[in-house]
Ligand binder design. Sequence first.
Ligand code: NAI
Length: 781
Amino acid sequence: MQIKSCAVIGSGVMGSGIAAHIANAGIPVMLLDIVPQSVKDNGGDRSVVAKTAIEKMLKTDPAPFMHKKAASLVTPGNLEDDLPKLADVDWIVEAIVENPAIKADLYKKLDGVRKAGSVVSSNTSTIPLNILLQGQSERFAADFMITHFFNPPRYMRLLEVVKGEKTRDDAFQAVSAFCDVVLGKGVVRCKDTPGFIANRIGTYFMQAAVNEAIDGGLTVEEADAISGKPMGLPKTGTFGLIDLVGLDLMPLISKSLLSTLPQDDDYRRIYRDNPLAAKMIAEGYTGRKGKGGFYRQTKLPDGKRLREAIDLRTGEYRKSGRASLESANAKGLRALVETKDKGGQYAWRVLSQSLSYAADLVPQIADDVQSVDEAMRLGYNWKFGPFEMIDQLGTGWFAEMLAAEGKPVPHMVKLAAGRSFYRTEGAKLQFLGTDGDYHDVVRPEGVLLLSDVKRGSKPVAKNGSASLWDIGDGVLCLEFTSKMNALDADIMAMIRKSMEIIGDGKSGSFKALVVHNEASNFSVGANLGLALFALNIGLWPQVEQSVADGQQTYKALKYAPFPTVSAPSGMALGGGCEILLHSSAIQAHAELYTGLVEVGVGLLPGWGGCKEMVFRHTINKKRPGGPMPPIATAFEMISTAKVAKSAFEARDMLVLRPADGITFNKDRLLADAKKKALELVAAGYTPPEEVKIRLPGPGARAALENAVEGFAAQGKATPHDVVVSGAVATVLSGGDTDITVEVSEDDLLELERKHFMALVKTKGTIDRIEHMLETGKPLRN
Ligand code: NAI
């Protein structure tokens, strides 16, 4: 079966977010909710609940929609008038209140109207599938499964799926594949057990982390300094995370787990009522959404912010301080738990319990250790799953330590008998199965991971900031490896090296280039630290040379005789965005954040970013005529450092062109980019022809500058903004030209260089760069 239309029932936190994400993928979706009693009594819009949910989402930040236009794919309705319309829908997601009786009642109604072969799934976080099916028809059971999204559905990658005994295999496969490929989720198959995988282990971990902080006399800052980054967990740490999700949610999750967990489950042993948290919730201290939580920030009369934390012993707020624990700086998990301070002891006590708990749950909650690790990585943003963590400690060491403390050694750890849960055999990653043997990790069709390629081969070339990999079928992959993937001379050299290796793309081993990496960000732009160093000692010719080198390298990428396909995910800013602008094609992850942000550090895009934006907007047939509108659009984008918050927004900015592709599942990005490159080769790729455009020159520049001065007069632009935008305006309008003259790409590159060099010599720009390097934030000077 193929899923072409969907409906979501329940437009609360989860239902509305799921509907928005289905719409993000371009699939029409109905969003239905109840008709409120007040409307029944007094009249009014009967679909008000769903409509309000959609309006609210259009104002939410971070945005549930990847593009405002996606909202038009969500059709609001209500469960009384619009139920018959469900007859046209392939997949119905139920996301209503967590109450089995109310859900059961709804399922009966759905079953009366839905078409044969359609699938119904529940987003329940706690109710087992067999309970949800009580009293339902055989036909319903065959078409029913659980799809458990995480909040917020657009951003959290994990989707836990549960198949019932009677669920049709083709229905289960179709929904799983749709969620993986179309919605981009990391689909993890779970067994029908309480809390499935991630919440079961995550809740246990948090309970252990809170208990041990109290028992060990740690402050919340100390506990968070350990149960965050050093463990490879989100940097909020445990108390910070509870503040984020809401203190009031925790007792609800615990209660539901306690009502369904097996009697001998270890969570029952460590569970405790928490009088302090109960008091905080009662008084409205529910975390960030309430008056504050374990931490709170208040604004003082002088405008400064006061950060406070709860004293776990007294329950009173006190000024928050930095935790100074040697263990917080430990390198690696083993060093962390072996550090002899209270942080190290805390880490051991929390990890020994929670990793043991997780290790005892296979195969009860999932078929294999991999599923458990993936669920924790994607659902709780852990860098490593529990079995990967045990590997870091050493399975043998872990078992010995537990035994020495008189604690039971989990079944899976005994089975490992000193071997690791994961190993590399030849080029293959393998995991230890519940049968005690190793099995290959098999990636689904259409998934290609650079990390797998790297595990099985040596780089074709490598330097301090970049590598080239053979990803098969004649495609070479350029990977950035510098800190935050900042661009430097080594990366430029490696781009040139890739051109040398590929040559004409016909006579050698390679025929196309893909630019891709698996870091959270594709590239944050040029390495400012190096730039500042050169500027401080007045190495002007070298700085100008590096601008010129970048321009020539990027231009060569654009006009290479073979296809160059960029496959970015996360941030592609400044020079990172300019790489995209100079690729033959882009295959972008839907979660792409890109823009030319150079003005934030007092610069203008100098590696062809200005040039590409003017050319693209001028050539774009969709814009109204005349030379001014395209320049004004490019100017607004560059002078306000506009960043697209999705690949769809990047399309509006013309960073992506109509033929460029968008991939929802990050794990499928490289394969899709490689496919695109090979398609271009097969179609007889030839590089674009260089064109010339006409630009209006000084008149246009004056108009743009006037506008900026207007903003300055209103206090919306700073004095140095005026200087920087003046330079941007000069470049974009073509310098000293007029509309009768044709301008080439090289003419604009020369202008970029000239005005870039003028800006780097100003104090305002140097101050901005220094400030950015020190604080990570732009200086408004
Ligand atoms: P919510 O309280 O935000 O929304 C529930 C929706 O159900 C509301 O729009 C409400 O109008 C509707 N509703 C209430 N009574 C109804 C009835 N008789 N018939 C039809 N609709 C009715 O709840 P939330 O958080 O969105 O949860 C929905 C489901 O998703 C639950 O099963 C929950 O366990 C699950 N879930 C929640 C997560 C979260 O973080 N909030 C995460 C993952 C799953």
